[in-house]
Design a protein around this ligand. Structure first.
Ligand SMILES: Nc1ncnc2c1ncn2[C@@H]1O[C@H](COP(=O)(O)OP(=O)(O)O)[C@@H](O)[C@H]1O
Ligand SMILES: Cc1cn([C@H]2C[C@H](O)[C@@H](COP(=O)(O)OP(=O)(O)O)O2)c(=O)[nH]c1=O
Length: 209
C-alpha cells in the first residue's frame, strides 16, 4: 500500500449508497487535517457529462453502447483537461476524491453488455490513473431505494430495485476480476453516516504519510 501525502480516492456504490454524503464528510476530515482537497464526481458537469445526464433523465435517447462510450470520453476529459483535469490537480498536491470512477462503468454498463468489453474500453483511463483506493460503500439495494424515494423527486434511468441488485452483483464481479490490479476497500453502508465515515477515515488515514 502506498503512503503518500496526497491520495487519489474513488468512492463507489449503487445509487443512494451515500457516496455524496461520504465525499462531503471525508473532504471535511481531510481539510481539518490540513490537506488540500479537490472533490469531484462523474458523470461530470462538463459538456459530455451534461449530455450523459440528459440521456439518464430520459430526455435524449441513446443506445447503451453509445452511453458506455460517452462515459469513457467524459472520464478522459475529467482526467486530462488542462484546466480542471485530475492529473493536474494531483500534480498540484491535492488529494482528489472522486464520487464514481471507472468501476461505475464496469458495474452499470456491465449490467447491459459484456463487462470485459467495458473494462477494455476504460483501459486508457486505468493506465493514466488508478485510484490509490476504491472505497465501495456496500448498501442493500432495498435500503438505497428507500433512501432515494424518501429524498428525491425524480428517479433516473438506472434507479429501479432490480437494476440496483444487478448493478451490485456486477460491482462484485468486477472486484473479483480486478482484485490483482486494484485496491478495493469495502465498507458496510447500512449504518449511520458517522459510523461509515469513521471506517473510511481510518482507512484513508492509514494510507497517508
Ligand atoms: N448512512 C446513511 N443512512 C441513512 N441515510 C443516508 C445515509 N447516507 C446518506 N443518506 C441519505 O440518503 C440519500 C442518498 O445519499 P447520497 O449521499 O446522495 O447517496 P449517493 O451519492 O450514493 O447517491 C440522501 O438523502 C442522504 O441524506
Ligand atoms: C460514472 C458512471 C455513472 N453511471 C450512472 C450511475 C448513476 O445511476 C448515474 C448518475 O450518477 P450519480 O449522479 O452519481 O447518481 P447517484 O448520486 O444517484 O449515485 O450515472 C453509469 O452508468 N456509469 C458510469 O460510468
Amino acid at each position: 500500500m502506498k503512503h503518500r501525502n496526497n491520495l487519489f480516492i474513488a468512492l463507489e456504490g449503487i445509487d443512494g449508497s451515500g457516496k455524496s454524503t461520504q465525499t462531503k464528510l471525508l473532504t471535511e476530515q481531510l481539510t481539518n487535517q490540513g490537506h488540500k482537497v479537490y472533490s469531484t464526481f462523474e458523470p461530470t458537469n462538463n459538456q459530455i457529462g451534461k449530455l450523459i445526464r440528459d440521456i439518464l433523465k430520459g430526455n435524449t435517447k441513446a443506445d447503451y453502447r453509445i452511453i458506455a462510450g460517452l462515459f469513457v470520453a467524459d472520464r478522459l476529459d475529467h482526467l486530462l483537461n488542462e484546466e480542471y483535469g485530475i492529473v493536474k490537480k494531483l500534480a498540484e498536491g491535492y488529494t482528489v476524491i472522486m464520487d464514481r470512477y471507472y468501476f461505475s462503468s464496469y458495474a452499470y454498463q456491465g449490467a447491459h453488455m459484456d463487462i470485459d468489453w467495458v473494462i477494455q474500453a476504460n483501459a486508457m483511463s486505468a493506465s493514466i490513473l488508478r485510484p490509490d483506493v476504491n472505497i465501495f460503500i456496500d448498501v442493500a439495494p432495498e435500503i438505497s431505494m428507500q433512501r432515494l424515494h424518501a429524498n428525491r423527486d425524480t428517479i433516473e434511468l438506472f434507479e429501479t430495485l432490480d437494476n440496483l441488485k444487478l448493478v451490485r452483483s456486477k460491482y462484485m464481479e468486477a472486484f473479483e476480476k480486478l482484485k490483482g490490479d486494484e485496491y478495493i476497500y469495502s465498507v458496510d453502508g447500512n449504518r449511520t453516516p458517522e459510523l461509515i465515515a469513521g471506517d473510511i477515515w481510518q482507512k484513508v488515514a492509514s494510507m497517508l504519510t
